[in-house]
Design a protein around this ligand. Sequence first.
Ligand SMILES: Cc1cc2nc3c(=O)[nH]c(=O)nc-3n(C[C@H](O)[C@H](O)[C@H](O)COP(=O)(O)O)c2cc1C
Length: 367
Amino acid sequence: MTGITRGRLLLQLIGRPGIILKTNRQRIAITESLTHRVAVAPMMDWTDRHCRYLLRLLSQHTRLYTEMVTTGAILHGDRDRHLAYDAGEHPLALQLGGSVPAELAESARIGADYGYDEINLNVGCPSDRVQSGRFGACLMAEPRLVSDCVAAMQQAVSIPVTVKTRIGIDDMDSYAGLCRFVGTVSQGGCRVFVIHARKAYLQGLSPKENRTVPPLKYDYVWQLKLDFPALEIIVNGGIASLDEVAGQLQHVDGVMLGRAVYHDPLLLAGVDGRFFADHHAVPTRRELVMQMLPYIERELNGGTQLKHITRHMLGLFQGVPGARRWRRHISEHAHRPGAGSRVLLDALEMVETHGKLTETGYCSEHG
Ligand SMILES: Cc1cc2nc3c(=O)[nH]c(=O)nc-3n(C[C@H](O)[C@H](O)[C@H](O)COP(=O)(O)O)c2cc1C
């Protein structure tokens, strides 16, 4: 961990409200020794900075990833729009999309200057748009190029450069092929591989179908850890509960959760205690909403629209009586001109009133 990153982590740990403080050295030791034990996946349009701010209130140690940002967007676009984040989001990885070593190196350097803790290369996205740019999952067919990309990035930055990939593409889906890929890319300097445990079909399936149709093969990922014990192997795909996380950790170094956390963020609430031995107080749903309000006020003052933040909060009451009212009120009001914190406070009151009525038997409708 660099001095700057360590300093940021300290600030983040000291500054967090409502948390029983361990000594800073204890916290840093926890985070450093188990860097990828639990992570939230990069998800385009979903894990933006507002979403990550919310998730960070629930877990201090879970590693968060940005959405994929292309080298073109960083080198020629509105840099701050793509790369700015809240200081509280660490530990935070920037995921890059690209395949030109020099462009990736420059983008990684810029990302490191922004203070990211890790640069991750996307070798798993099968969308047509990404393929036409010759990056994402189609790069699995070019391990030598991926290795060169990693080497160029690693030369440009002192933070770790990691790779997120699949177990294969199309009919290139043998375990031996995956080993060749990982072996070659590790020679470029990659020590951490996140493996989505299903292959991708480059033709004929949409990105969404490519996240459900190809079967999950966790045994490929577990075997990788046995064959490459010096590498950190992180499994991803279809993992939906903390018990499943615990089961996976018997085989690999870490687990990356995607859709399950997005749809039910409270899943993260048990992570620090169970997987990082850090038993700090975790906010209740109400406290979480209240902790979001100052952030929301700040963002609204800076020109953000309420709906861009609240869309990530729709799942907060997942599985709780009144959840449907919460979602409906926010969906109907957050997009209106001038909408602010009141929308959330009203929705909270609705869900709590509904909960009380349900408890006392006055109302049997759930959700
Ligand atoms: C809406 C959405 C957007 C995604 N965007 C990205 C992305 O930008 N980069 C990436 O590597 N994977 C992306 N993914 C794939 C996830 O990172 C993850 O590999 C996949 O959802 C499987 O994990 P899960 O079953 O836990 O959701 C995306 C997934 C979803 C649902």
